[in-house]
Design a protein around this ligand. Sequence first.
Ligand SMILES: [Zn+2]
Length: 451
Amino acid sequence: MSTLCHHLFAWLLMTALACTLPIAAEATPSNGPAKNVIVMISDGMGYNHSEAASLYASGRRNSQVYAGFPVRLAMSTHAVGGGYDSELAWNAFDLAKAGATDSAAAATAMASGHKTRRRVIGMVPAEDGSLRPVENLVERAEKLGKASGVITSVPFAHATPASFVVHDENRKNGPAIANRMLRDSAVDVIMGCGHPFFDRNGRQLNAARSFKYVGGAETWTALQAGTLGGDADGDGRADPWTLIEQRSEFQKLAVGATPQRLLGIPQVAKTLQQGRSGDPQARPYAVALLNTVPTLTEMTRAALNVLDNDPDGFFLMIEGGAVDWASHDNQSGRLLEEQLDFDRTVAAVVRWVKTCSSWDETLLIVTGDHETGYLSGPGSNPDWQPLQNRGHNRPPGMEWHSDNHTNSLIPLYAKGHSADLLPQRVQGNDPVRGPYVDNTTVAEVVFAAFD
Ligand SMILES: [Zn+2]
């Protein structure tokens, strides 16, 4: 067997083993409901974040796999009471800095189809000012007998994953939110950071740093003992979490047998890589990556391998959460690392759809939740300048104009089952970004795809 052929065979074997179910000979009729939906959110990703990663990865614009998806739109992100005016937005440079949403309101819109106030998780204001919970996509998937999961590169009870699973008046109630996700929800896979006994460089600590990201010391002890978890499958019996922590455990779960419910907490503090020591302004990878924590791609492969055991299909939300954190701190190199990890994860999901499922039964949506940092090309303000392409493996010329979120339109890409519903719901035509949908459309289209 030639080397090439040998590699090809090994690859085919790997991909075959990675699929729990054999590839169906006949595609699901496209007029039936979607079997699987995967929503991928790069937190803080505007057009220039994605373009910067493309230029670094290839020296070309639009080189990511999602740039070739059949649906490519812009999306507005404002919270309840806000708006996006395309004439105003391109009238004066600083206007995009006003009226920005946060991850809680943005994720609630994408998870439920309802606009809400900033800081609110999965609830909407009523006439009298009180808040009422609204159904999210994980709850709908579970109601339909599907499996569900949320994974992120920041703590798992953070605003974006939390908004897809639970309801709370304030995103700051982290420990309570974590406990509701772990004890009360029916979600089957949770992965995210916040390990109590490891620092930001993945070094083990003698005493706990903080239990707040994992719901408190008592919750952590029960997770370690394998006794914590509510009823996920509706048979009235508890379904405890299987906890994994080591990178090798994440990697092993990409293929083969899986636990019923999987909780993945990598051995690091609040982020996989973005929070590690070393010059945060250094070029990408100049500071060595921690090799003891999984990549977002490795986490995703394990999550897909668990979720695709359910013959009814699944819903999965994948967040590149530290894209936002690097952008708040205007760290160009770390932003590129985080966006590249996200982009590689999209490519891995596309490979999973092709080898283990099909575009006839699976919908994939790739977007952000808001733009962070007002990332622009050098010399911007009062005009908008493009990023400067400096070629493959070189950070492009870029400039930050904010340390916070903006109200800029962000990109949305979609492919697969029901993706054609998105262009039918366009709300306006931006002179620079083109046709745009609102972020509530994400949930509306997924609900319709599942219907
Ligand atoms: Zn942010």
